[in-house]
Write a protein that binds this ligand. Structure first.
Ligand code: DC
Length: 229
């Protein structure tokens, strides 16, 4: 392990929706004084822009042509992450079910992935002190040299219950079906699918509290740091 693990630790946290990636990643970053990047928010932001600008999200060629148009900027403070598109705060509109239903199709387009992956690598390289980056392909494709790779899992039932709890009035069974459909699309796409890196540590969160997951990940970062000394 290089000595940079002490000065700029890079932690990749991947896994399907509803496994607690965002809550875990933000809490780990805050506990260790690191920056935080939600890469799903970037894919949601570009999807929101396509919908808002009348680009047909079922047309990969149209998406590819438009993929470099929106300016997407992520704020990486774990206490208050932000995301803007062409200067507009889109943190609320990117969470609608309309965007959730179309984000897998948009994020499967190779030009979109090239564009967003470039943004992610630039943010990670500029993050003084290090960063926690959460997503689907961070450990496999975006940051394959991350010091620590975590792959979070949980049963579909636990994931649906957590997601439905986050969305006021959501139906757990409908949420479960939407999650399973999105996972299948995200895992089955040709370009950098949702996958666990060979050197990732898998953490099944089904029976764990958020605090237990955070403690485990923080302990793993500390272990890597100690090993690098
Ligand atoms: O984490 P999330 O549910 O907000 O992510 C939304 C979608 O973005 C997800 O269904 C697939 C896509 N995504 C991706 O393809 N690669 C990433 N690194 C992160 C998210």
């Amino acid at each position: 392990m290089s000595d940079t693990v002490e000065s700029a630790v890079i932690v990749a946290i991947d896994g399907p929706a509803g496994t607690g990636k965002s809550s875990t990643s933000k809490a780990v970053a805050a506990a260790l004084g690191l920056r935080y990047l939600d890469t799903g928010a970037q894919y949601r932001a570009i999807t929101w822009w396509m919908i808002t600008n009348g680009v047909d999200t079922a047309d990969p060629a149209a998406i590819a042509t438009a993929s470099d148009k929106p300016a997407i900027v992520s704020g990486t403070d774990p206490a208050g992450p932000t995301i803007t598109v062409d200067g507009e705060d889109v943190s609320a509109p990117i969470r609608t079910s309309e965007v959730s239903a179309q984000v897998s199709a948009v994020s499967a387009v190779p030009d979109v992935r090239t564009r967003i992956t470039g943004l992610q690598r630039a943010i990670a390289a500029a993050a003084e002190g290090g960063i926690v980056v959460e997503g689907r392909d961070i450990g496999t494709t975006v940051l394959p040299d991350a010091h620590l790779k975590i792959f979070l899992t949980a049963s579909p039932e636990a994931r649906a219950a957590r997601r439905a709890g986050e969305l006021a009035g959501a139906d757990v069974e409908a949420t479960r079906q939407a999650l399973v459909k999105r996972d299948a699309a995200d895992s089955g796409r040709a370009t950098s699918p949702l996958a666990m890196a060979a050197d990732a540590v898998e953490v099944d969160t089904t029976e764990l509290t958020l605090q237990q997951v955070v403690e485990r990940v923080v302990a793993l970062v500390e272990e890597r740091r100690a090993a690098a000394r």
